[in-house]
Design a protein around this ligand. Sequence first.
Ligand code: 5GP
Ligand code: ZN
Length: 114
Amino acid sequence: MSDCLFCKILKAEIPSEKVYENDVVYGFKDIQPLAKEHYLFIHKSHTKNINDLATQAPHQLTDVFTAISDFTRTNNLEEDGFRVVTNVNSNGGQTVFHTHFHVLGGEALKGFGA
Ligand code: 5GP
Ligand code: ZN
């Protein structure tokens, strides 16, 4: 989508710090990290959020979570642990409307009962 920030990142029209890439998934550092390590994983094919993705292209979930699994296993995040978050619409705090998964780690994370 031409007016989508993350599609622009995929086209390198906006710079990003890549941490992972395969044919269908791109991972990069969040510009405003909320943890010592904070990455965003996106599918290269645009959907708006996980509900649109589930309707339009559910196989993308496998693509993205396989990439997150590969990345966290090979970057020392798996053993100490990490968190995956996806926000939907305004109450969820979604500000960029290209489905994305926050991968947070590098320290003990608070919230969710911690
Ligand atoms: P959301 O609030 O939609 O769940 O997450 C959007 C995320 O994108 C935020 O954590 C925000 O810091 C990040 N973000 C916004 N603009 C940019 C950008 O230009 N580059 C990068 N790397 N991250 C961005
Ligand atoms: Zn997009």
